[in-house]
Design a protein around this ligand. Structure first.
Ligand code: GLC
Length: 446
């Protein structure tokens, strides 16, 4: 009897903990995920008082500045040319469906009016305007979705203790003032402000748990109280997507998976050695030059053609591209970035149907390029100029009905059998070098 009771108690305990673990996204959240994947293209904005020093958003850490000295930048922050409407119109012209803007970066400075910390753009600068507030209004006017970047790591606060890998040189009294729970409560308070005062928030984009990656992956949720934060976000705005740039396999409660500077499954930048690709909507964030925050030294911009191809490759992986701009301290966006965004927008105006609302194609990346698909159509993106033909395996039970160039002129194809497999061999006529798109129409849904 006693034993049965013990087993029942154990079962109840397990059931209870399973219930606490399992995250069931709401219907609104599922719809938001679909919208997110449909958008395929977003703009990342790194802007803060670090922009004034023109050496990226890590300048406090990299240049070993003290928080006391650095924080005085705030009193000089007065971006006379900041115009949220102008930004959002530009990003719309670029063909983006959402923007992800730094609400608070690792330097701890809040770009919104916050009662939880006076170290914010409204209370600590002569500018005195709520940047996130203005962007949220502009987004609502322009039909752009607003996502907010929020840093887990903080290089200035005394309650952020024990320290992780970074933030050791900013002048905090080593070991004395730490109060981790206080820090977590502070983040809760700010997240509540962000999700209460600025209308619909499309996503919260966390970054910085890697600061404490001396602890194994399994311990990360407990250290940061991730599930608690995620639940808070979903309680305040059920449709708000949660993403975390932790460089690890996703955790319960997350709605999207983020990859830093790499396409899902690749690891050229070195941030993704352990990333298992999840079934969640995917997003790759990438810089346009080599910097996130404004870097006055960095003119190493990727070309517009390169960026268009990168967007196409991202879509080929079934992922979104979150492409970064680092506005200047005066609030303007550097011209090389503007030019590239407009070039991408012109391209998307013409060819966006092969990107928006597609999935990664069933044909994996090939030497000649990638594929995207929607319904019974496979978009074949030939990225390598001079390709004469492409071979596409026809799924069993399906048939290729017609092939054409993107704007409709039919192209020839033959079929070839190899064992049980059928391949369509499609002629690639001359076309745009950046992406020569063929449209293959199949008899049935792919
Ligand atoms: C890294 C950097 C951070 C940047 C982010 C963007 O985590 O630390 O500065 O904001 O990548 O992906």
């Amino acid at each position: 009897m006693k034993k049965i009771f013990a087993i029942a108690a154990l079962a109840a305990l397990l059931a209870g903990s399973a219930a606490a673990q399992d995250y069931v996204p709401s219907a609104e959240n599922m719809a938001a995920r679909e919208q997110f994947s449909h958008d395929r293209f977003g703009i990342f904005i790194h802007w803060g008082i670090y922009s004034m020093l023109g050496r990226g958003e890590w300048v406090l850490q990299n240049d070993k500045l003290t928080q006391d000295e650095y924080s005085r930048l705030a009193a000089g922050f007065d971006p006379s040319r900041f115009d949220a409407e102008e930004w959002v119109k530009l990003f719309k012209a670029a063909g983006a469906g959402y923007i992800t803007v730094t609400s608070r970066h690792h330097d701890g400075f809040s770009m919104f009016g916050s009662k939880a910390s006076p170290y914010n753009v409204v209370d600590a600068t002569p500018f005195g305007r709520d940047v996130i507030g203005e962007l949220s209004k502009a987004c609502q006017n322009e039909g752009m979705r607003l996502h907010l970047y929020y840093s887990h790591v903080d290089w200035g606060r005394n309650d952020y203790w024990p320290l992780g890998r970074t933030g050791h040189n900013t002048g905090r009294p080593e070991g004395s003032e730490g109060d981790w729970q206080h820090y977590r409560n502070f983040m809760d308070a700010q997240l509540t402000e962000l999700l209460t005062n600025y209308g619909p928030i499309g996503a919260i984009w966390f970054d910085g748990t890697w600061d404490k990656d001396a602890a194994p992956r399994e311990e990360q949720p407990a250290i940061w109280g991730l599930r608690h934060q995620y639940d808070l976000i979903h309680k305040l705005q059920p449709a708000c997507l949660v993403g975390n740039n932790h460089h690890l396999a996703t955790f319960e409660g997350e709605d999207i998976q983020i990859f830093e500077k790499d396409l899902p499954g690749e690891n050229e930048a070195g941030f993704s050695p352990n990333s298992v690709i999840s079934k969640l909507p995917l997003e790759t964030c990438q810089t346009m030059n080599n910097s996130w925050g404004y870097n006055i030294h960095d003119n190493n911009y990727k070309s517009a053609d390169y960026l268009i191809q990168y967007l196409v490759k991202t879509a080929g992986k079934g992922a979104n591209l979150l492409l970064n701009v680092g506005p200047r301290p005066d609030g303007t966006i550097p011209e090389p970035a503007v030019e590239r965004l407009l070039a991408m927008g012109r391209w998307l105006d013409r060819y966006g149907d092969s990107i928006y609302g597609t999935q990664g194609g069933y044909v994996a990346e090939q030497e000649w390029g990638v594929t995207t698909q929607r319904g019974n159509i496979l978009f074949v993106h030939v990225l390598k100029p001079g390709t004469a033909t492409v071979e596409i395996e026809v799924p069993a039970g399906n048939r290729l009905q017609s092939a054409s160039v993107y704007f409709g002129t039919p192209v020839k194809f033959t079929t070839r059998k190899e064992g049980k497999k059928t391949f369509a061999v499609v002629t690639v006529p001359d076309g745009p070098e950046v992406d020569n798109i063929l449209k293959l129409t199949f008899r049935k849904e792919l």
